[in-house]
Design a protein around this ligand. Structure first.
Ligand code: SAM
Length: 194
């Protein structure tokens, strides 16, 4: 998938123009994961709505995306955030010296080919501090067969299988908030790096 081309053509049906509703909810009901002045990384941040809301919550937040066009759109949408944007491939960031207190995921895991999911887990692991958290909203029902995508659907058990090799599961459940049309199609998991 050429993500940059999709953004250049303004072909971005995933972008809803606002932060992920479940993130807004978690910031209210589970603030213990979102401490002000700690660091957060948003994987595949697109236009940066989730970056902006984490920044507003006081976190020192970085938005990572492989598409420079997406990040340019994010800069224009959120000019007050400054240079919180990082253009890179999440699979090639092992040389990155920064380790984060929190990684937030929404619709990036489903964007990558299923065969790269364990690589994704390894990248997340290497980017977090010990004791830090990864919070992900996983697309369990894209309406397409699992081999068709992006977005590629997954199951709760597949995500568990991949992450449990390296992380401890802290919490999981069905989100009570979502974008319209995503009802009963997503699953939230909070994982801790030992
Ligand atoms: C479906 S979009 C979701 C964007 C954003 N999370 C949202 O909900 O609007 C997936 C995003 O992941 C980015 N992406 C895909 N592969 C990536 C990679 N290997 N490294 C970093 N970003 C990647 C794409 O450029 C795209 O912005």
């Amino acid at each position: 998938m050429n993500w940059d081309k999709r953004y250049k053509q303004n072909d971005k049906p995933w972008d809803k123009g606002a932060a992920t509703p479940v993130l807004c909810e978690l910031l209210n009901i589970a603030p213990q994961y979102f401490h002000p002045n700690t660091t957060a990384l948003v994987l595949g941040c697109g236009l940066g709505h989730d970056v902006a809301i984490l920044h507003a919550a006081g976190m020192v937040t970085t938005g990572l995306d492989i598409s420079e066009t997406a990040l340019q759109m994010a800069r224009e949408a959120y000019p007050d955030l400054g240079e919180t944007w990082l253009m890179d491939d999440l699979f090639n960031m092992n040389s990155n010296e920064t380790h984060y207190d929190l990684i937030w995921e929404h619709t990036c895991y489903c964007a990558i080919p299923p065969k790269k999911r364990q690589d994704y887990v390894n990248s997340v692991f290497s980017l977090l501090k010990p004791g830090a958290y990864f919070i992900g909203v996983f697309f369990t029902d894209t309406g397409q067969p699992p081999q068709v995508g992006p977005p590629f659907s997954t199951t709760r058990d597949q995500v568990f299988h991949n992450f449990a090799k390296k992380f401890q599961l802290v919490w999981e459940g069905k989100p009570s908030q979502c974008y319209p049309g995503r009802e009963n199609r997503e699953w939230v998991m909070i994982w801790r790096k030992p």
